[in-house]
Design a protein around this ligand. Structure first.
Ligand SMILES: [Zn+2]
Length: 214
């Protein structure tokens, strides 16, 4: 596993992108895994670190951002250190100015945050074929873009129901940016509201390995 790219946050934390192989193989798919978009959902980092140990041997190119929002994680808050909800800050057509600076604050402008721009750059540079992003606490497999079949397969493996629509509007969300507007199959794994990280890993191990190697 190689550290491919990193950036410093406002609070001097590193956001890191790891890659499983240095040499590109044109015949392989590129899969991107992302954890901890919301700082108070730290489970994804544990799952991705576990996955990184298990999937070194595959023809796919694998990219991992175990923790996109380390400032929020350290502060145990949803947003980053500017109080911006990264999942409302992507430069989508439906991005909108927030009425108030609550926990869903979308930022001063679309793509204003280091965390958002880091992920946008990675998508431009690597053009992933599949994206797998981890949130909590709904215990569902949500998807955007052409990912219905993969979502259904994951659902069989982890026993979480598939839900195409999360049930409330999410302007500026990553799912809209990557799945809806760029047509990249994007899986949003919503973990149950549990801090027993090892159980969450074991529940999702097969589904995550399947996504990485197929
Ligand atoms: Zn979340």
């Amino acid at each position: 596993m190689y550290l491919e790219k990193q950036v410093l946050t406002k609070n001097n934390n590193k956001i890191e992108l790891f890659i499983n192989k240095k040499d590109a193989d044109d015949s392989s798919k590129t899969i991107l895994f992302i954890g901890v978009v919301h700082g108070d959902e730290p489970q994804g980092e544990y799952l991705i670190h576990n996955l990184m140990k298990e999937v070194l041997e595959t023809t796919n190119k694998l990219l991992f951002i175990p923790c996109l929002n380390p400032d929020g994680r350290d502060l145990n808050q949803r947003g980053n250190s500017n109080g911006v909800d990264i999942n409302r800050n992507f430069p989508t057509e439906n991005w909108e100015v927030s009425k108030e600076k609550d926990i869903y604050f979308a930022g001063e402008f679309a793509g204003s945050e280091i965390e958002t721009r880091f992920l946008v750059e990675i998508i431009d540079e690597f053009s992933p074929d599949v994206i797998f992003i981890i949130h909590a606490p709904y215990k569902i497999v949500n998807y955007d873009g052409p990912a219905k079949e993969l979502a259904e397969k994951i659902s069989v493996l982890n026993n979480y129901p598939v839900q195409a629509d999360i049930g409330y509007p999410t302007p500026g969300s990553f799912g809209t940016y990557a799945g809806v507007e760029r047509n990249i199959p994007t899986i949003t794994l919503e973990l149950p509201d549990s801090m027993d990280f090892e159980t969450l890993w074991l529940e999702n191990r097969e589904a995550m390995i399947y996504t990485a190697i197929n």
